[in-house]
Design a protein around this ligand. Structure first.
Ligand code: PLP
Length: 359
């Protein structure tokens, strides 16, 4: 047998690993998972029925073009079907966008800290990440991001609201930023948490993309629509970019179950968005309570809150786990806590209060 190993691309060396939110272990103290920004509500009965019925055809490949879902989305957003591209979660679509635009020597700009998949998918393509620190208010520093553009920049992510801080950029500052970006650089507005926004000054990316050919909007069924386990997301982009997404898609990547569940969810949107409304009320309660306890909490527009804890991050996460909720620590920086069921939020708030009193 040869002593040699297969040659792998050098870019894979040192690639950061994606850390999924820790589950609540069956034999551990924590009963609730607040570590992955999931929707705590189970699928709607109608969506379950659709998925169960679709399971009868699991011996068949899915519709590769996601025709019904694409048409439904085009209608829902008032865009041509040729501007809609689906993928295996919006992270899958984000990876396709990098593959389509950026290779070795090219630069991908994003705020930091932001969604942890960005450095991974940039590095897989061999592109160079340019991380622009958030401001002291935990918000994208759009001026600094615009200053970071070079002739090697190919793609810029603007995560709005930002994961993990929940903060947003508003219309005027985003438009000003976009005016500074050259037309041959793709700006991806990652709006995974769009449905949780209640601030009218935060722009809907779909309105912005319409007259800006270099803007692409990313959305997902994983958060507000509660289908994280089925892996379906989509982009809305002008023709050349949407066509590039079709070229870079894994053939048959989005399962038929996912396609049909997504269509059923769009048709049950009122009920699903009602659930989002309840989570937004819980978010207000959690933020208000934390502030009353003395914590500094950045204004969040998503289904999670961010506490910058520095060196106390891991200890805080351990205290929460002992109390019964698993949260997401970013060691040395802070914790992100998903808004979950009322009972879970209560446990978290109690743990936060106890931690604060001990500190
Ligand atoms: C900002 C952001 N974008 C994209 C995603 C990816 O979601 P999905 O691949 O499940 O659609 C996430 C998931 O946490 C996210 O936080």
């Amino acid at each position: 047998m040869s002593e040699k190993n297969p040659k792998l691309r050098a870019e894979l060396e040192g690639i950061p690993t994606y850390k999924p939110g820790k589950p609540a272990a069956a034999d551990g103290p924590a009963a609730y998972k607040l570590s992955s920004n999931e929707n705590p509500y189970p699928p709607l009965p109608g969506v379950m029925e659709t998925v169960t019925a679709a399971a009868c055809d699991l011996n068949r490949y899915p519709d590769m073009a996601c025709t019904a879902l694409t048409e439904e989305l085009a209608e829902r957003f008032g865009v041509p079907a040729s501007h809609v591209a689906t993928g295996t979660g919006s992270v899958g679509v984000a990876q396709q966008l990098i593959q389509a635009t950026s290779g070795p020597g090219d630069e991908v700009i994003y705020a930091w800290r932001s969604f942890e998949a960005y450095p991974i998918i940039a590095q897989i393509s061999g592109a160079t990440s340019v991380k622009v620190p958030l401001t002291s208010d935990e918000v994208h520093d759009l001026d600094a991001m615009a200053d970071a553009i070079t002739d090697r920049t190919r793609l810029i992510f603007v995560c709005n609201p930002n994961n993990p801080t929940g903060t947003v950029v508003r219309r005027a500052e985003l438009e000003r930023f976009l005016d500074r970006v050259p037309g041959d650089v793709l700006v991806v507005l990652d709006e995974a948490y769009r449905e949780f926004i209640r601030d009218a000054e935060v722009p809907d990316g779909v309105m912005i993309y319409r007259d800006r050919p270099n803007v692409c909007v990313l959305r997902t069924f994983s958060k507000a629509y509660g289908l994280a386990g089925l892996r379906v997301g989509f982009a809305i982009a002008h023709e050349p970019v949407a066509a590039a997404l079709r070229k870079t898609a894994v053939p048959f990547g989005v399962s038929q179950l996912a396609q049909e569940a997504a269509v059923a969810s769009l048709r049950a949107e009122d009920e699903l968005l009602g659930r989002v409304g309840s989570l937004v009320c819980e978010r207000t309660r959690v933020v208000d309570t934390l502030r009353a306890q003395g914590w500094t909490v950045p204004e969040t527009h998503a289904n999670f809150v961010w506490l910058r804890l520095g060196e106390r991050t891991v200890a805080f996460a351990e205290a929460c786990e002992q109390a019964g909720v698993v949260i997401r620590p970013f060691a040395g920086e802070g914790v992100r806590v998903t808004i979950g069921e009322t009972e879970a939020n209560d446990i978290f708030l109690k743990a936060a209060e106890a931690f604060r009193k001990e500190a």
